[in-house]
Design a protein around this ligand. Structure first.
Ligand code: SF4
Length: 443
C-alpha cells in the first residue's frame, strides 16, 4: 500500500453570497473526495479563483485576484461569473489551467482532479474509483461524518483527516431528502466508522420533519427508512447497538445489507491491528442476525499477511470464514503505509507467503460465494436498473445484495417492459456464476 498524499487546494472566493455558497459546495465536494484546503498560495497544489463579473469594478477585482494567484502559485483554475466570458480571462492570462462558468461545480471538481490528482488508496477512499462525477443520478453517496476516533495500526486516516466529526442528523437527512427529491433511488451511507456516528457530539438531538432524533446510528436508520429510496449501510463496525437495526432490515425500512470491515478473525492479529470491537462473539451475533433477518447480505474486507500473522492465525481466519459464510468479501495483502504504526510490528510476512495466503483465502471465498449464488436460482429478486451493456443486448441491474462498484450484478437478458436507470423491477433468477446473477423480467 502506498502512502496517500493529500493534495491541497487554495480557494479565493469573490463576489456575492451566492458565489460564496458555490465556493462552499466546491469545497464540500473536494473535501469529500479527500482533498485538503490550503490557506495560502505557496502550499496549494492548485488554486481555484471563484470570480464575480457583475460590475466592472468586480471584474477588475477578479482579474487582479487571478493575476495574484498566477504570480504566487501559477496553477490556477477560474470559475464563477467571469467564466461566462472566458476570452476576457484568456487575453490577460493565457496560462490559466481551465475556466468554467458559474455553478459548474462538477466541472471545477473534475478540473481539480485532473490538475492535482489524488492518489487512490483502498483503505482511505470511501468513494469508489469512478468518483462523484460518474455516479449515476439514481444512486448517491451520503457522507455522515468525517475523520475517525479509532487508531487501527495500519491506517493513517486519523492523521490525515483528524478525529470523528459527525454531521447533525437533521443536516444529513436534509441532504438525503434533497437527493431523493431530485431522483436518487438508492442512498449509500458512508463514513469511516458508521456505527460510531454521533459519538463526538454526544448523540445530540436534531430535528427532521418536525421530530427530534438523536444523532445516532439507530436513529439515522430509522429516519432514512422513512425515505422513498433504498438505503444501504457501509463501514459499520460490529458494536452491540448494531443488533438493534437488524429488525429494521427485516421490516424493509433499510436494505438488509451490512458492510462490516472485519479485517481478520484471529484475536492476536486484531489486537496488533488495534481494531475496534470484539471478534470473539461476532460469529454468534452473525448467526443471530441471520435468524432475525434471513435475507441479510454481509459484506466485508480482510487483510492477509499482516505483520506477525502466524499460520495458526491464518487458519483461524479460514475456519472463521467457513463458519460465518459471508456473502461478499474483498481481501488485500498487507502493504506498509508510511507513517502507520503497523510498520514497527515485528515479523513482517514475506511477499510469497502473503500471496499464497491471499490465493487460499480467495479460493475459499469463491467457493462460498458460488454456493450462495446458486441458491438464488429460481428466486425472484427486486433489482435496480443501472444501465445496459455496450452492445445494448443486456440490461445491467443489481439486487438488494449488491452495492454498486464493489459487488456483483444481475444481468437481465429478457425483459417484457420498458425500463430506465433507477427503476426497481422483479427479476426471476435463471442462472448464476461466482459473483453475478442472470435473469429475466416477465411481468
Ligand atoms: S476505523 Fe480504523 S481503519 Fe477505519 S478509518 Fe478508523 S482508524 Fe482507519
Amino acid at each position: 500500500m502506498n502512502t496517500q498524499k493529500q493534495p491541497k487546494v487554495g480557494i479565493v472566493s469573490l463576489g456575492c453570497p451566492k458565489a460564496l455558497v458555490d465556493s462552499e459546495r466546491i469545497i464540500t465536494k473536494l473535501r469529500a473526495d479527500g482533498y485538503a484546503m490550503s490557506p495560502d498560495y505557496a502550499d496549494a497544489d492548485v488554486v481555484v479563483v471563484n470570480t464575480c463579473g457583475f460590475l466592472d469594478s468586480a471584474r477588475d477585482e477578479s482579474l487582479d485576484a487571478i493575476g495574484e494567484a498566477m504570480n504566487e502559485n501559477g496553477k490556477v483554475l477560474v470559475t464563477g461569473c467571469m467564466g461566462a466570458t472566458p476570452e476576457l480571462i484568456r487575453d490577460k492570462f493565457p496560462d490559466v489551467l481551465g475556466i468554467t462558468g458559474p455553478q459548474q461545480y462538477e466541472a471545477v471538481v473534475s478540473a481539480v482532479h485532473e490538475h492535482a490528482p489524488i492518489e487512490k488508496n483502498k483503505f482511505v477512499d470511501l468513494v469508489p474509483e469512478a468518483g462523484i462525477k460518474l455516479t449515476p443520478r439514481h444512486y448517491a453517496y451520503l457522507k455522515i461524518s468525517e475523520g475517525c476516533n479509532n487508531r487501527c495500526s495500519f491506517c493513517i486516516i486519523p492523521q490525515l483527516r483528524g478525529d470523528l466529526v459527525s454531521r447533525p442528523l437533521g443536516d444529513v437527512m436534509g441532504e438525503a431528502e434533497r437527493l431523493v427529491n431530485s431522483g436518487v433511488k438508492e442512498l449509500l451511507v458512508i463514513s469511516q466508522d458508521t456505527s460510531a456516528y454521533g459519538q463526538d457530539i454526544k448523540y445530540a438531538e436534531s430535528r427532521w420533519r418536525d421530530k427530534e432524533y438523536r444523532t445516532k446510528f439507530y436513529d439515522l436508520c430509522d429516519a432514512m427508512g422513512d425515505l422513498d429510496a433504498w438505503v444501504r449501510m457501509h463501514y459499520v463496525y460490529p458494536y452491540p447497538h448494531v443488533d438493534d437495526v437488524i429488525p429494521m432490515m427485516e421490516q424493509g425500512k433499510i436494505l438488509p445489507y451490512l458492510d462490516i470491515p472485519f479485517q481478520h478473525a484471529s484475536p492476536a492479529v486484531l489486537r496488533n491491528m488495534k481494531r475496534p470491537g470484539k471478534i470473539e462473539k461476532t460469529a454468534a451475533r452473525i448467526h443471530k442476525w441471520r435468524e432475525m433477518c434471513p435475507d441479510i447480505t454481509l459484506r466485508s474486507t480482510f487483510i492477509v499477511g499482516f505483520p506477525g500473522e502466524t499460520e495458526d492465525d491464518f487458519k483461524m481466519l479460514m475456519d472463521w470464514l467457513d463458519e460465518v459464510q459471508l456473502d461478499r468479501v474483498g481481501c488485500f495483502q498487507y502493504e506498509p503505509v508510511t507513517g502507520a504504526p503497523s510498520n514497527d510490528i515485528e515479523n513482517h510476512i514475506p511477499d510469497d507467503v502473503k500471496e499464497e495466503r491471499w490465493h487460499a483465502f480467495m479460493a475459499k471465498q469463491q467457493e462460498i460465494s458460488e454456493a450462495k449464488m446458486q441458491k438464488k436460482i429460481g428466486s425472484t429478486q427486486d433489482c435496480i436498473i443501472d444501465g445496459v451493456t455496450d452492445d445494448g443486448e443486456t440490461i445491467i441491474a443489481r439486487s438488494k445484495a449488491d452495492a454498486p462498484e464493489i459487488d456483483g450484478n444481475v444481468f437481465i437478458h429478457h425483459c417484457t417492459r420498458p425500463v430506465t436507470a433507477g427503476d426497481i423491477v422483479p427479476v426471476k433468477i435463471t442462472d448464476a456464476d461466482e459473483y453475478d446473477l442472470y435473469g429475466e423480467v416477465n411481468t
